[in-house]
Design a protein around this ligand. Sequence first.
Ligand SMILES: C[S@@+](CC[C@H](N)C(=O)[O-])C[C@H]1O[C@@H](n2cnc3c(N)ncnc32)[C@H](O)[C@@H]1O
Length: 220
Amino acid sequence: MQLDVFTLVPHAFAWLTEQRPLAAVLGTELDLRLFNYRDTTPLRAGQVDDEPYGGGAGMVLRVDVVAAALETVYGGQPDQRVIAMTPAGRPLGQEVVEELAGERRLTVLSARFEGFDERVVAHLASDAISIGPYVLSNGDLPAMVLVDAIGRLLPGALGSEDSGLHESFSEELERGVEYPHYTRPADFRGWTVPDVLVSGDHARIAQWRRDQSRLRSVGR
Ligand SMILES: C[S@@+](CC[C@H](N)C(=O)[O-])C[C@H]1O[C@@H](n2cnc3c(N)ncnc32)[C@H](O)[C@@H]1O
């Protein structure tokens, strides 16, 4: 997958790209390209934002700046999905992540300040996505959340092919949350591990895990 992120702080993504599992697929399954709106802004002195029409606090990321960035990279409007990260967007969930992980190419637009000029969302983006009902200071953390969630679904990202299959919100767990995990010691301060997990009975363990997942998912 080629995943292009447009941002004002490309270096913020350095940490993410050093971490597994993303690091494991970079350069193979994932080509992550970072573009800075300031590098292609048609305005002077690297200007990218402006005051809101109608007044009010904060600055707004200009539509001509975002259009110029897309024009420079794609020679026009990209023919792939263009996702604007915004609190007003479609809530991000695992099903959305799976849908996007199936794309060959994707573009992600991050904003700062008060957000995008609405014409970015209306005319330049095909999708708008929110990572949750709260406001962060910029779209870079939301973009990283999206990139990480997609990246770990790409082939080879996770060490074992099936470790992603039984995670929270997967189809295999009926979109519920995962069952609990335990490791050594089996007894710590009298807090013991459920007997079934040390029974060696794989069928019982699988059933216990399904039951636990269902129990924890009730009412969510
Ligand atoms: C300070 S926020 C703007 C918030 C906007 N004024 C509002 O009230 O909805 C700046 C940028 O951060 C990003 N952002 C913040 N919270 C987000 C969220 N929950 N989901 C996706 N993007 C978010 C968006 O790109 C947004 O334009």
